[in-house]
Design a protein around this ligand. Structure first.
Ligand code: NAP
Length: 310
């Protein structure tokens, strides 16, 4: 276990990610104080009921006062406004980070508001579920998952090392890369799959020849796995699409080309092409299991009882 401890951590935004950080900090005793602020009084009240922090603040600027580490966990489109709000309260020497799923846009929005004496180090824990809000968080969310830090070129190495140690202490593995590279990688491994899932579930909903009850009844044949992704938070994913536009459009163009290739192979009965592709993709699945990022159990480890048709 890493020897990392903060006197005061401020969590701005206390949904799935913010509350998971709160649980993990508490479970591992990583801070004396955890100050929480969120946009709505209802969420703040719920955070209090769940005992996620040691103090609760209507105004984000009040939560960050004297904090050594500030983590902003709001939809990426809101990060600029939050940065502007917290800036006057930040302590010199504080580390300010975020958890946003896009990085270049967050840097562009937050960096201009950061006082010179503050260490701004953007981050992204590549861990999540389709649930949101303060009740969705749990202490083990980050265990065995990667967190990507995207320090700016002039970042203080000691501050980066401290933030790295924090993420390691909550169970994460940590990698550093630049923001633009992060956005390309995440466009293919996360953003595109979600967009495809939203699209396929939307298509099924629009089909006139297949009834809704049939879609649900036979969903275990493949559709169901897309519905999990397509149940993700609409605000978060709207913002991801708007804030990683270039990388997503680039990956979508590649995707459309490859889909056209597949379409053609099906049309012309080119079984070898289909077989080759489906064999290569199977190997990727095996690598993910070998890397410990998923289980090899049949049907993603779902219990047999859950698979019985309704
Ligand atoms: P969430 O559960 O929906 O929680 C969002 C939090 O942000 C809430 O505290 C909410 O406040 C606040 N918020 C929403 N809109 C806001 C606005 N316009 N201004 C200020 N605060 C606002 O979301 P989440 O899943 O924790 O996601 C938070 C961040 O983590 C996002 O940037 C997302 O890209 C990133 N992320 C998510 C996942 C995932 O799987 N969900 C994984 C990795 C990273 P109120 O409830 O008080 O309104």
């Amino acid at each position: 276990m890493n020897d990392v401890h903060f006197k005061k951590i401020a969590l701005i935004g206390i949904g799935l990610i913010g509350s998971s950080i709160a649980h993990a900090v508490k479970a591992r005793g990583l801070a004396d104080e955890v100050a929480i602020s969120t946009r709505s009084p209802a969420t703040l009240k719920r955070a209090g009921e769940l005992g996620l922090g040691t103090s609760y603040h209507d105004r984000a600027v009040d939560a960050v006062r004297d904090a050594d580490l500030v983590i902003v966990s709001v939809p990426v489109g809101a990060s600029g406004a939050v940065a502007a709000e917290i800036a006057p309260g930040l302590k010199p020497g504080a580390i300010v980070s975020d958890v946003g799923s896009t990085k270049s846009s967050v840097v562009a929005q937050m960096a201009p508001h950061m006082p010179a004496e503050v260490h701004f180090i953007p981050g992204h824990p590549v861990a999540g579920t389709e649930h949101s809000g303060p009740d969705a968080g749990f202490a083990t969310l980050f265990e065995g998952r990667w967190t990507i830090l995207t320090p700016l070129p002039d970042a203080d190495p000691a501050a980066v090392a401290r933030l790295r140690a924090f993420w390691e202490a909550v169970g994460s593995k940590v990698e550093e890369m630049d923001a633009a590279h992060h956005d390309k990688v995440l466009a293919i491994v996360s953003h595109l799959p979600h967009i495809i899932a939203y699209n396929i579930v939307g298509t099924a909903e629009d089909l006139e020849t297949v009834t809704e009850s049939e879609v649900i009844k036979y969903s275990a044949s493949g559709f169901r796995d897309f519905t999990r992704l397509a149940a993700s938070d609409p605000v978060m994913w709207r913002d991801v699409c708007l804030h990683n536009k270039e990388a997503i459009l680039e990956m979508l163009a590649r995707f459309s080309e490859d889909l056209a290739y597949l379409q053609r192979a099906i049309r012309w009965g080119e079984g070898d092409k289909l077989f080759d592709l489906f064999t290569r993709t199977r190997a990727i699945r095996r690598s993910i299991i070998e890397a410990g990022q998923d289980t090899a159990e049949p049907d993603f480890g779902r219990h047999a009882a859950e698979q019985k048709p309704a």
